[in-house]
Ligand binder design. Sequence first.
Ligand SMILES: *Cc1c(COP(=O)(O)O)cnc(C)c1O
Length: 378
Amino acid sequence: MSQSNNKAMVEGLVDRLVCENLKVLVPYESARRLFAASDNSQDAQVPVWLNANESPFANDYELDCDRLNRYPDCQPSSVIKFYAAYAGVNNKQLLVSRGADEGIELLIRAFCTPGQDRILICPPTYGMYAISAETCNVGVEIAPLNNDFSLDIDAIKSFKDAVNIVFICSPNNPTGTRVAAEQIEQVLEHFSDSALVVVDEAYIEFDLQSTFAPRLTDYPNLVILRTLSKAFALAGIRCGFTLANEAIIHTLLKVIAPYPMPEPVAQIAAQALSANGLRLMNEQVKAIADEKSKLKQSLQILPGIELIGDDKANFILFRCGQKQALMDFLVSNKMFIRDQSKQRNLANCLRITVGSVQQNAQLLALINQFYQTLGTPA
Ligand SMILES: *Cc1c(COP(=O)(O)O)cnc(C)c1O
């Protein structure tokens, strides 16, 4: 069979068999996928990645290979024990998974019936809630944030009995805003007998006082998502946590893979959560906070730039009239930040991850150069 015939046949077969709800979907445009092509050119300029809210720090870990011939524990006990202590919950209120992203998917698979149930999201927010729902053939309802990025409580409440899960992100990506505790409490109470309320705390180390982890005992329907990808500087190992009451965790364990956590991941996570690991994380969070306020001050004084939202996480969001020209100029200099302008209410908005001292200086130099060549407005 010729190659082109074979290709046509495979495509025909895929078209016939693929799940109906997947036909319209396109793969998630992760920060990494978006610029993959820009990463392999020959010239000497080192690309700077400030587009995925990763940590600029790459820390060292040790690996013990003695157990690599064995399947790993489904829920490695040292990781569970250390994270439970760190988060102030008990071991049975905790699930470890391949990133918080897998936690999102497990929640949808365990608590939403495909083709029937729906989730509620509050955009502008993290994209994976809707994407996970769509890949599972679960509907997505929307209660947009208010103009000040607070929750629209009345809109959210109107979905009582219409949704199985409400996703709230705090600090919110990409606005950097914290959702007021009273608002989260209102949502938890309103849905207490009808839906899970998932508070995504991926950035909580940058705003630790606002965590809802101590409230698990107050609210049966509260679920909290955490990750080692941001403050812990371990996006590369894919390790996240779901905190919830025991019956919820028990149900998630029904849908998780039998061996989701590779042994090296468990070893590295345990080291990151040791006393030394936590100390290092706290130092790095402080360093990022210092850099964030310096970066904000420098951006604020530029005439073309308006800071948007807040700075409760490790990134800065801003609006800029020359958004596309600035983006193109940065990309041509191998400086990658994230375009958020397609999100609701975020026209012309770009998001910068706070990087290392040197990376931030490079970014500022480029932005200043961009505005100089434009000519400063009178
Ligand atoms: C980065 C991020 C995640 C994903 O975390 P992983 O553990 O890397 O899967 C989840 N939620 C939000 C809001 C994020 O920004």
